[in-house]
Design a protein around this ligand. Structure first.
Ligand SMILES: *[C@@H]1O[C@H](CO)[C@@H](O)[C@H](O)[C@H]1NC(C)=O
Ligand SMILES: *[C@@H]1O[C@H](CO)[C@@H](O)[C@H](O)[C@H]1NC(C)=O
Ligand SMILES: *[C@@H]1O[C@H](CO)[C@@H](O)[C@H](O)[C@H]1NC(C)=O
Ligand SMILES: *[C@@H]1O[C@H](CO)[C@@H](O)[C@H](O)[C@H]1NC(C)=O
Ligand SMILES: *[C@@H]1O[C@H](CO)[C@@H](O)[C@H](O)[C@H]1NC(C)=O
Ligand SMILES: [Zn+2]
Length: 504
């Protein structure tokens, strides 16, 4: 990654031209804004979004027609007299495998997948099976040097196994599945695992892997592994809508992601955040604001927060200095939900990202749930979501999340109802994440929590640490440099979340 100072974002320059809100519009107030949000609208939007997925092979993943239609659909609904609406295009470099193969003792394995990340190449060497999960240096015998290591999936990330095998001197790596369900695996980036590069790696099925382990025991067999690929550059876009009214030097940003995973329509994940933002943005037009509000619909969250990271890595220091905070809205309608709030002050989960500003945002959400007669719990503030890029440039953040594939505890069942021992969202990242997968009561509550924070901070940021000392803007990306998918980035802590399954 190259470092460039002070890139100016020309597409956002026009949002600096202030325009008056509707004449006579009252100053926004939380209660009044919340009162003009309707559950029936959320239901209607969810149906429209699901129809877009249905008409497009069941998915709204970035780069697909379903995602482009999602962007058009969002843009059509944002009132242009109240907002400056921009499309921020960016490229993503996608790995396309041309040949993947694992041949063991002359037998070509049939269930082979290539990794995203890692080198392009062919390795022929004896293959040995590594005991345990290959997560630690001590798992690798000295004799692995120059050989291909066969490692079981589980216990740590694929990237960690690759780094430890490489550090032990292995020439190549085959990871075998611990689950019969196939997956598209991702290594992440070597720097996350303290190495400068990965070794050539392939992923094989559970049945094949266990058969090889049984056959070779502590011995070895000749093997050849191939991972040959090229990169395709594909375009996608974020949508950024900023109120024309309000102080353009004190901007409250709010984000949700517009893409689904390829496997499903993504109506809870993350259609719900997208829809909530549309409805709050429309309702806001009945009011005036003292501070500008910028709604961001990010693309390619599912591949590693790429849209939000593109935005924050191309923002100039001057533009970053105008952003007061980033509000982030995760799955807002999980069927077996919990109301969790990022622990911005680090009081429950120690976090290097905790700050006074993020703590104040957390308190705003806690207060909202209390006022609404509900309870909430803290969740890790670990930078593993679209707010990460904002924290990297020194902007405080916070938000609400209702749970993904994590399992509801007994204690959470007492607080929120639903079913203990079951996932918060049993359709997480699957084809069944459709309009029937939403808890609409939770959905309207989540949407109102967004409206409350927008109204509060749109009115006043008194007591909030702003302006801030000048931000450090590293690392930076070059204009036009494509973003690289990295699924290891987009995952949540104990309540589960995007990408966890692909990377470990
Ligand atoms: C090996 O690595 C795993 C995952 O990182 C860790 O949980 C475990 O404690 C390690 N074991 C040893 C013996 O170091
Ligand atoms: C990388 O190295 C640092 C410093 O030695 C260590 O704290 C960290 O745990 C290492 N990370 C991994 C993934 O091995
Ligand atoms: C990978 O290697 C193959 C064969 O050597 C080559 O054709 C291809 O261009 C390489 N891909 C990349 C991304 O370098
Ligand atoms: C939902 O969208 C938010 C905002 O873009 C993002 O931070 C979060 O990771 C997404 N969550 C899931 C589970 O997709
Ligand atoms: C995307 O990549 C194409 C082809 O490589 C290039 O022409 C275009 O300018 C890039 N667009 C952006 C927004 O970076
Ligand atoms: Zn997801």
């Amino acid at each position: 990654m190259k470092s460039t100072a002070l890139l100016i974002l020309p597409t956002l320059a026009s949002s600096l031209v202030a325009a008056a809100p509707a004449p006579g519009a009252p100053l926004v107030e939380s209660n009044k804004l919340r009162r003009v949000l309707y559950r029936s609208n959320l239901e209607a939007r969810a149906t429209e979004l699901f129809n877009i997925a249905k008409l497009n092979k069941g998915t709204r993943a970035w780069g697909t027609p379903g995602h482009w239609e999602t962007l058009d659909w969002i843009e059509r609904q944002i009132p242009k007299d109240y907002y400056n609406v921009e499309r921020q295009y960016f490229n993503i470099s996608r790995t396309v495998h041309d040949e993947v193969s694992v041949t063991v003792d002359g037998v070509a394995q049939t269930q082979v997948n290539g990794f995203t990340g890692g080198p392009n190449g062919t390795v022929s060497a004896p293959l040995i099976a590594i005991p345990n999960f290959g997560c630690n240096a001590s798992d690798y015998p000295a004799s692995v040097a120059g050989k291909i290591a066969l490692v079981h999936r589980g216990s740590c990330n694929f990237g960690q196994k690759n780094a430890r095998a490489g550090t032990a001197g292995a020439a190549g790596l085959v990871i075998w599945n611990n689950d019969p369900t196939p997956l598209t695996p991702t290594l992440g980036t070597p720097d996350l695992y303290n190495v400068t590069e990965f070794i050539v790696a392939l992923f094989i099925g559970q049945a094949e892997g266990s058969a090889i382990v049984e056959k070779i025991g502590t011995g070895s067999v000749p093997a050849t592994i191939k991972s040959l690929f090229h990169f395709d550059i594909d375009l996608t876009a974020n949508i950024i809508a900023t109120t024309k009214g309000g102080n353009q030097n004190a901007i409250i940003t709010s984000g949700a992601h517009t893409d689904s995973v390829p496997a499903g329509p993504g109506i809870n994940d993350n259609g719900s955040g997208t829809i909530a933002q549309i409805e709050v943005a429309k309702a806001l037009t009945k009011f005036s604001v003292n501070n500008a509000i910028r709604f961001c619909w990010w693309a390619a969250e599912e591949d590693g927060l790429l849209g939000s990271e593109y935005y924050t890595s191309h923002i100039s220091a001057a533009e970053a200095a105008k952003i007061v905070m980033n509000l982030n809205f995760d799955m807002l309608a999980s069927p077996n939900y919990l109301y969790s709030i990022y622990d911005g002050d680090g009081s429950t989960f120690a976090s290097p990202y905790a700050s006074t500003g993020s703590g104040l945002i957390e308190q705003t959400f806690i207060d909202f749930f209390v006022e609404d007669g509900k309870t909430s719990v803290p969740t890790e503030f670990d930078g593993r979501s679209d707010y990460d890029g904002f924290l990297q440039v020194g902007i405080p953040a916070g938000g609400v999340f209702m749970g993904a594939e994590g399992i509801k505890t007994e204690e959470e069942q007492k607080l929120f109802g639903g079913t203990a021992g079951k996932p918060y969202d049993h359709c997480y990242h699957q084809a069944c994440d459709d309009t029937n997968n939403l808890d609409y009561g939770a959905f309207i509550t989540g949407t109102k929590s967004m409206a409350d924070a927008i109204a509060k901070y749109g009115r006043s940021i008194e007591g909030f640490p702003f302006p801030r000392p000048a931000a450090k803007l590293t690392p930076r990306r070059l204009e036009g440099e494509p973003m690289i998918p990295n699924r290891a980035k987009g995952k949540h802590g104990k309540h589960g979340g995007c990408s966890q399954r692909q990377e470990a």
